[in-house]
Design a binder for this molecule. Sequence first.
Ligand code: KG4
Ligand code: ZN
Length: 331
Amino acid sequence: MIILSFETSCDETSVAVTKNGKEVLSNVVLSQIDIHKKYGGVVPEIASRNHIAFITTVIEEAIENAKIKVSDIDLVAITEGPGLIGSLLIGINAALAFAYANNIKVIGVNHLIGHIYASNIEHDIEFPALALLVSGGHTELVYMEEHLSFLILGSTLDDAVGEAYDKVGRVVNLPYPGGPAIDKLAAIGRDTYKLPRPYLADKGYDFSFSGLKSAVINLVHNKKQKGETVDVNDLCASFQESVIDVFMYKIKKALEEYKVKNIIIAGGVAANKGLRKRIYEEIKDTKILIPSMQYCTDNAAMIGCAAYYLFLKHGANKDYVLGAISTLDLG
Ligand code: KG4
Ligand code: ZN
């Protein structure tokens, strides 16, 4: 089954061609990061306008790179949420128009399921599995008994981890998005600043990163007021160590309670080198699945991969009725 998939939930305009939920024939990702950088974050209206400007070229390139004909496409898959409503609508309308014009069936895909299924592109997920979904908008620990079954063990009570990374990046004047920049500096810094570890031991598997973020912001402001300098590399290392300590604590706790075959790390923050290193070092008895960098951050290939399994379970939505659901969750 050849799937043409669309992903425009935030600031990446992406279209991919995948085969049978595994083989990536093309995956075109046009990032708008350089456009939004000067504003220090994604400006929704600008993101939507750029999706409009780029989507047609991206579709053409994805089909051309895959070396297929339009008539080879069996299904059009579309991210329907969660995400920025305007951005989602551009991808949805472009995909629906393409599918309708070419008489191809369509299916809506939850962006979060896409992130989790990115791990199934280069590996075969074995169940039961535990998934840590860490992105700019989400921080969730999920138990999966089988394909497409999601039991949310814990979520963030406030900021998503990627959001905390981006805000900390801003306070130490790093370019947007803060995550990759902090990760890079953390590798050359040391964990010297005493930052809190929000383990939330009494809250099961829930997370909270706003206190940690505020601790960093207060530290920077206090130093500034006293005319002292901050060692940015060390501050990045200290922040990142705290975040990773929390993730390791929750993962180990979940592994004691749930016997799983695989641990999946998904979402943009799964690209974090420090997190990848610690998890491989400390978890030896359970197979770890982390997508390669290109499939960690937003991309349409993961949507096509998830769509295949969703199609097997639910079939397609043939009447072309599909709307954007900005607050869609995994449940
Ligand atoms: O999954 P994603 O591309 O978009 C959302 O669905 O949110 O994730 C984007 C987030 C941003 O907050 C970005 O700073 C973070 O992923 N990120 C990282 C790294 N690369 C991207 N965070 C930590 N370390 C990284 N290497
Ligand atoms: Zn994402």
